[in-house]
Design a protein. Structure first.
Length: 281
């Protein structure tokens, strides 16, 4: 009898452990520089992970500009979900209340809303304001395999919430000096979160985007700088400058649907595989 009970408890524990390993990995996509491809990267990594890697993916748009839904407008069904800003202001908010399904199987989105900017100011006096997203994400982490957070181009309260909530950070950059400086700023912020708040936040990788292969001399110089500063944190995959990406965005579709054979699509397929390999390792 005792053996049966012990066996039962062991099985239950093993099941709980297995559940734990099923919990989502949360990745913030972050850079201080605007226009480097944060939103494009978030959307394409999410779509590729949902479609070709069978991951259940949730995209959270923390940028008040709300470009995630713009980029996916052909696939997002506006349901009657709560606004992200309301979830932030509730005492015991649950992010799942603001999540809406898309027509892409396995892919859900939490859209940004107009009041997100004000939320930042309203939170100014609240104790523990950097921990709100982490707290409202808890239930979602049991429902999804991968949560990607698109961040605004700064290090304000909304971005800090994303860093505190995340396990890893993907930092997109273009090949410009300001882009590279922007990566250093985020790496420093990640170290601060780790040291001051005691959270095990990791740099998931630095993703070079918008590479214009015609700028050979400048690219070489910036490549050297990136290699020196970030070494093996750099993704091997790179996303070239490819007009199919903004054109697909205008139609509210991922580039995989707009021009599946283009170099931008290939870049993001490779980057997704690399991200998932890094996460699984
Ligand atoms: N690899 C690329 N090649 C060409 N245009 C790109 C590429 N990545 C993004 N873009 C375009 O650049 C603009 C800014 O990209 P976005 O992803 O919104 O940057 P961020 O979120 O960092 O501000 C958008 O119009 C987008 O379509
Ligand atoms: Mg953006």
């Amino acid at each position: 009898m005792l053996n049966t009970i012990t066996e039962g408890i062991l099985k239950w524990k093993a099941a709980r452990e297995a559940e734990k390993t099923c919990r989502a990995v949360t990745v913030a996509v972050c850079s201080r520089k605007g226009g480097v491809g944060k939103t494009t990267a978030t959307v394409h990594l999410a779509v590729a992970a949902a479609r070709w890697h069978a991951r259940r993916v949730l995209v959270v748009d923390m940028d008040p500009q709300g470009h995630v839904v713009t980029a996916l407008s052909s696939f997002v069904r506006r349901d009657t979900a709560s606004a992200l800003s309301s979830v932030f202001m509730e005492k015991k908010g649950d992010l799942l209340e603001a999540a809406i399904p898309t027509d892409i199987p396995n892919l859900w989105v939490v859209p940004a809303d107009d009041r997100l900017e004000q939320v930042q100011m309203l939170l100014a006096t609240r104790i523990g304001r950097e921990f709100i997203l982490k707290s409202v994400l808890q239930k979602a982490e049991d429902m999804f395999d991968l949560i990607l957070i698109d961040c605004p181009p700064n290090l304000d309260t909304l971005t800090l919430n994303a860093l505190v909530a995340a396990h890893q950070v993907v930092i997109p950059t273009d090949l410009s000096l300001l882009g590279v400086e922007g990566v250093s700023d985020i790496v420093e912020a990640i170290e601060t979160v780790r040291e001051r708040l005691g959270l095990p936040l990791l740099v998931g990788g630095v993703l070079v985007t918008r590479v214009d292969s015609r700028n050979r001399a400048i690219n070489r110089e910036l490549d050297r700088m990136l290699e020196q500063r970030f070494g093996n944190l750099l993704f091997t995959s790179r996303v070239p400058n490819n007009t199919a990406l903004p054109r697909a965005c205008l139609e509210g579709r991922p580039v995989f649907d707009f021009d599946p054979g283009c170099r931008g699509a290939q870049g993001y397929l490779d980057a997704t595989e690399e991200l998932l390999d890094r996460i699984d390792a």
